[in-house]
Design a protein around this ligand. Structure first.
Ligand code: GLA
Length: 723
């Protein structure tokens, strides 16, 4: 709910458990008076005391001697007018001046979400759009706040319009700025690398800044566009936590800065490194959205709120709650070495086990028999696939299976027909050697003829064949950051224009093929972000399918994203990424905590493993509603000790699914208990595997005995309410 009080010139934004109070200062500055637990709408003017002034904090010309922007809580921060913290924008005028100072001009409140013109955005809610004016440059800023009554997530972004008569250049354009009252906080971030995405790291926030981000042209494996602030002492199940996630897939930053007074500024959006944007008179620039989550009950509640928010307002409506394909992907089964016979044999084995979709991964096009060639040549390699795709698709169909296919649409191999015809379509200059990564270049997605070409190729494949699923991959980061089509003064726009081009292409394909299920991927989970999740109901969480590593990666990912967005496959051992051997049961149990599937050749498995696959799929279908709709409770942290355990509980608390892993077997460790979470204390639950019926409070407070397990052994418990 959004309310404006004319008399006090205050806005109140109320979500499920939080309130945000903004006040228009008498001189027009938009200040934050509260962001936190829910409050009434009493006059907060008592907070408007006279002490917002310090020596060495310049005072703007229009306020009298009691107020400096350096120490006020600014909702969008200008530059060069006293506020020395991170500015929200840098607007360079024709004469080179870049100072800016914003005052309120008007606002409107409307049902629904703002239109972000090509950027991914959250659906629904109620929006407050506050217009500010830069008294120095004449630029207009619209701050959008979208509130959902049933959610603790507030969505924000900013639009900058050049209201003057001459062009300006943006050197920075953040999505938001939130100044919180002084407090002691820790910062949680999710760092990583290929095969090791989203590793949580918690550190105290001291004076100065913690600034995280990516300058890779992709949200990246190395750092996820997620940051949480935890009030010191807050933990998994208690204390105040604020989560911040960008709905953006390009280069980004998020920053938390402790000021001289101890107040904390959180801000971020598009990475301003190598960013500039020419804004002609009357033109607007729209920044990506940030989802800000308030939790008074620790990180657990924050994650559940983010999960609900993604499901209800971000993930594609058509697929979000629909049963997911249980697929077999041939990548680790064959790598590039396949033909029709091998694929058909794989499908035969898979169908017999209950797998419903065969996904043909990399290597079906051009002359691609290794990773040195053919990206961009999206025509079927008929030497390899005798008769093309149709015989394989027909075979799958006869088995009752569907067919999916891999693309890496944003890429071009140096060794390809496409490159020979259009060397200038790759990012960088065709006449200067460029950086290669996995022997490939990146297509210049800022160019319409390039996105048109890729659209044409993919449409051709998708319209000519019965394809139900597409895996959209992106296997390198951007270098050069130069487009031969952009004028010199616009090269700083490249990275953002690139990702806009990608969003445009995905959107166009999805509109043309609305029944195709698109899964995202970027060398595993390199672009697992809120922007991509507006298009992809699920994302390949990591190339690392080792059960132990995956438990950790999925744990880290769960801080910000729902289980149903994580694609999780069972693969063979020794694991191709780590060489580790883990029980087949464990691999299935960990893969069941997301959209499950297989990354192996079932024909090479033992009879016992095949039997387990049938069981795993039956189990997955039984608990799928929990994975798609349930609440996640993190119970034992694999980064903190030798156990991993999570529970997924249905909203009505009638069912729960618990999965745990013991990392190393320990002799004589018979007295350890696992205390469950999230159950209704007074309900009675049957624990299927233990033939026990116990009250929820017993399960949560006394706990269940940890089963005896080998190294990397998993256990699962299915709980059902009994009358
Ligand atoms: C990436 C993906 C893998 C596979 C390969 C194919 O690494 O993450 O799943 O598709 O590319 O080249």
């Amino acid at each position: 709910m959004i309310v404006f009080h004319e008399a006090t010139r205050m806005f109140f934004l109320h979500g499920k458990n939080y309130s945000c109070a903004l006040r228009i200062h008498p001189a027009g500055y938009l200040c934050n008076f509260h962001f936190g637990g829910r409050i009434g709408e009493d006059d907060l003017a008592y907070l408007d005391h006279s002490a917002r002034e310090l020596s060495f904090s310049p005072i703007p010309p229009d306020v009298g001697n009691y107020f400096s922007l350096d120490v006020s809580a600014n909702e969008y921060a200008g530059f060069g007018q006293g506020d020395f913290r991170s500015p929200s924008v840098l607007i360079v005028r024709e004469n080179g001046e870049r100072a800016s100072r914003f005052v309120y001009t008007s606002h409107k409140i409307y049902g629904g979400a703002p239109d972000l013109d090509g950027l991914p955005s959250a659906r629904g809610g109620q929006t407050l759009a506050i217009s500010l004016k830069d008294v120095l440059s004449g630029a207009e800023i619209v701050l959008n706040y979208t509130v959902y009554e049933d959610s603790d997530v507030l969505v924000r972004n900013a639009e900058i319009r050049n209201g003057g008569k001459t062009p300006v250049t943006l050197l920075r354009a953040d999505s938001f700025c939130l100044d919180l009252a002084a407090g002691e906080y820790d910062v949680l971030r999710l760092h990583g690398r290929h095969n090791m995405e989203r590793t949580p790291e918690r550190t105290p926030l001291g004076h100065g800044s913690i600034r995280i981000g990516s300058s890779r042209g992709a949200s990246s494996h190395q750092m996820n566009p997620f940051l949480a602030l935890l009030e010191r002492g807050a933990g998994e199940d208690s204390g105040v936590c604020l989560g911040f996630e960008l709905l953006y897939s390009g280069s980004w930053t998020l920053e938390a800065e402790v000021s001289q007074t101890g107040s904390v500024r959180v801000c971020g959006g598009i990475n301003d490194l190598n960013f500039s944007w020419e804004l002609g008179a009357g033109r607007s620039f729209i920044t990506p959205q940030v989802a800000i989550c308030y939790s008074a009950r620790g990180l657990g509640e924050m994650s559940r709120s983010f999960a609900d928010f993604f499901r209800e307002h971000v993930l594609p409506e058509k697929f979000v709650y629909s049963p997911r394909p249980v697929l077999v992907n041939n990548w680790e089964a064959t790598y590039f070495d396949f033909d029709r016979e091998k694929l058909c044999a794989l499908a035969d084995e898979a169908a017999a086990l209950g797998i419903d979709t065969l996904v043909l991964d990399d290597g079906w096009f051009g002359k691609r028999n290794n990773d040195r060639t053919s990206l961009g040549d999206w025509t079927v390699n008929e030497t390899k696939l005798d008769g093309g795709l149709d015989p394989v698709i027909g075979h799958c169909k006869r088995l009752g299976m569907k067919f999916g296919i891999w693309f890496e649409p944003e890429m071009i191999s140096k060794e390809s027909e496409l490159y020979r015809a259009h060397p200038d379509w790759a990012i960088g200059r065709a006449d200067v050697p460029r950086c290669e990564s996995r022997h490939q270049y990146v297509l210049d997605m800022t160019r319409e003829e390039v996105t048109d070409y890729v659209f044409g190729c993919m449409s051709e494949i998708l319209s000519r064949h019965e394809i139900s699923y597409v895996k959209w991959d992106m296997n390198r980061h951007i270098s050069e950051f130069y487009s031969s089509r952009l004028p010199a003064e616009r090269q700083g726009e490249f990275a953002h224009r690139y990702i806009l081009g990608v969003y445009g292409l995905i959107g166009r394909l999805q509109a043309a093929f609305p029944n195709v299920f698109f899964e995202g991927c970027s060398g595993g989970g390199g672009r697992f972000d809120g922007g991509m999740l507006c298009y992809f109901p699920q994302f390949w969480t990591s190339d690392d399918t080792d059960a132990y590593e995956r438990a950790r990666i999925q744990w880290g990912t769960s801080y910000g994203y729902p289980l149903s967005a994580m694609s999780c496959h069972v693969s063979v051992c020794p694991n191709h990424q780590t060489g580790r051997i883990t029980p087949f049961f464990s691999r299935g149990a960990i893969a069941s905590l997301g959209a499950t599937g297989y990354e192996l050749d079932p024909g090479r498995l033992s009879g016992e493993e095949k039997r387990q696959i049938k069981e795993q799929i039956a189990n997955y279908r039984e608990i799928e509603a929990l994975i798609l709709r349930g609440d996640l409770y993190r119970i034992a942290d694999p980064f903190a000790g030798e156990l991993f355990c999570v529970a997924v509980v249905s909203k009505d608390k009638a069912r729960a699914y618990v999965v745990g892993m013991r990392v190393h077997a320990v002799p004589g460790d018979f007295d350890r208990r696992v205390r469950l979470k999230g159950l209704a204390p007074e309900k009675r639950y049957a624990v299927e595997e233990l033939s026990l019926t116990l009250r929820g409070d017993t399960l949560m407070n006394a706990g269940l005995l940890l089963p005896r397990l080998p190294d990397f052994g998993c256990w699962v418990w299915h709980l059902k309410e009994t009358s």
